[in-house]
Design a protein around this ligand. Structure first.
Ligand SMILES: [Zn+2]
Length: 165
């Protein structure tokens, strides 16, 4: 990357093209604005990433899309490979690269940062207006009720299993 010594800042929009490349099945309206501040020095580069936007993913409960707002920062320090012997390379936020790997590595870092920022549980907030699709939730309740209705015999079997263990 032909960037001189000093500070540089640029912005990237992570949109559907990005999510597709990253293999993240996000809704069309997903969009994360990424401001990157890069400080290039003789032997290393530091990056400050500022993520701001949303990713749209299916709800764990009702499968309707949920907007997950993502606003966070992340930092990365990259050291050129000629310096490798002097470094402790165990640190995740310290990378060693050759200059031609640059673009791929940033993509990977951005991808991982976003993945880590996505909550494990994706669900609508529990209120009436923005909550889960009520039709689906009703259906799920019906299913679990009808399962319970058949259940007495299964309950007995479950108890036998537990006792045998
Ligand atoms: Zn939901």
């Amino acid at each position: 990357m032909g960037v001189g010594i000093g500070k540089h800042s640029f912005s990237i929009v992570c949109d559907d093209t990005f999510f597709e490349l990253a293999g993240i099945e996000a809704g069309q309206e997903s969009q994360i604005l990424l401001d990157i501040e890069m400080h290039k020095k003789e032997t290393f580069i530091t990056f400050s990433f500022n993520f701001n936007g949303k990713i749209v993913l299916p709800c764990d409960r009702c499968l309707d899309p949920v907007d997950i707002l993502l606003t966070f920062k992340n930092e990365l320090m990259v050291q050129y490979s000629s310096m490798i012997q002097q470094l402790n390379t165990e640190d995740d936020d310290l990378w060693t690269i050759s200059e031609n790997e640059f673009e791929i590595d940033i993509f990977h870092f951005v991808y991982e940062s976003i993945l880590l920022a996505i909550p494990i549980k994706i669900a609508h907030p529990e209120d009436e207006k923005t909550g889960c699709n009520p039709e689906i939730i009703e259906k799920l309740k019906e299913i679990s009720l009808s399962e319970e209705a058949i259940d007495p015999r299964w309950e007995t079997l479950k108890n036998i299993n537990i006792e045998n263990n």
